[in-house]
Design a protein around this ligand. Structure first.
Ligand SMILES: [Zn+2]
Ligand SMILES: [Zn+2]
Length: 285
């Protein structure tokens, strides 16, 4: 299968290095016919990408990659839309802010329990008008002499797996599907191996998600083995899902991966266009 569309790309709107316009130029230079911008929990980069693609021979698909609540592994849900959905960005942003707002006091509590004297007020003072987060907490720890560097604050206390780490609250899978679907998009399970389920559990789990409205499974992905691609194709067939794919390009932070390293043909992309039409018809009927 020739790779004509890369449906998994990050920009500076989340944790990628390139601006949305640079991503579009890069994709054009790779000869791609379509790309999807899928930043983490935001669609704020999509507008610029659409503009950059306006007079070019490339289609930009508005997308998002939502972090979903799941144990033991990590669950990311991709959403693909025929246009920038009304109100979606507000919901995503509000969700992020709320989960951060609830998370920060919990982190401070944990640090207090570990014997460190640090208050929310002190952190707020450091953050000023910026979005308050872990770097500001680290700064207070540093200024109070509990650590000798920001790095140490993360390594000892704040990083994942450390004693003051608190998980960000995430949407339950069914809610993420509903959020995407109710805004005219189609929901796709990203890089299924990160769920850390064995093959038969994954089969059952995806079957359940399909009943809740999941429409696709990301099958073509740089880290997927031949065996995994085969498995995901079978699971897609069993549940009537589209097999999507993409590079998960981030830029320098994932150095070895380029735009177009994984993806799908336009034939498969057509299936997504069909699903959009079906979804639109369902909404208007
Ligand atoms: Zn992901
Ligand atoms: Zn990603």
């Amino acid at each position: 299968m020739s790779i004509e569309a890369d449906l998994h790309i990050h920009t500076r709107a989340s944790d990628g290095d390139l601006s949305p316009s640079d991503v579009v130029s890069r994709a054009i230079s790779k000869g791609l016919k379509a790309i999807a911008i899928t930043d983490h929990d935001t669609m704020s980069g999509v507008k610029e990408a659409l503009k950059a693609a306006q007079h070019a021979r490339i289609k930009v698909i508005p997308g998002v990659e939502i972090s979903v609540e799941f144990e033991p592994g990590e669950f990311h849900m991709l959403g693909y839309f025929p246009f920038i959905p009304d109100g979606m960005e507000d919901i995503l942003e509000k969700g992020q802010q709320e989960s951060r707002a609830r998370r920060n006091p919990k982190i401070i509590d944990r640090l207090n329990n570990l014997g460190m004297d640090i208050t929310m007020e002190e952190v707020k003072e450091v953050a000023g008008s910026a979005q308050l987060g872990r770097p500001h907490i680290a700064q207070v720890l540093l200024s109070k002499g509990y650590v000798r560097s920001m790095r140490e604050a993360f390594d000892r206390f704040l990083a994942k797996g450390r004693p003051a780490y608190v998980n960000r609250e995430k949407l339950p899978p069914a809610r993420a599907i509903e959020l995407i679907t109710s805004h005219g998009g189609i929901a796709v399970l990203a890089h299924p191996f990160t769920l850390e389920l064995d093959d038969s559990d994954l089969r059952d789990y995806v079957k359940g998600l399909s009943k809740k409205g999941l429409k696709g499974i990301e099958t073509y992905y740089p880290e997927h083995t031949k065996g995994q691609v085969e498995l995901y194709r079978n699971i897609a067939r069993e549940n009537g899902l589209v097999t999507t794919g993409g590079s998960d390009f981030h830029g320098k932070s994932k150095n070895q991966i380029s735009i177009g390293d994984a993806g799908i043909s336009m034939n498969i992309l057509e299936q997504i266009f069909n699903l959009w039409e079906i979804a639109a018809a369902e909404v208007s009927s």
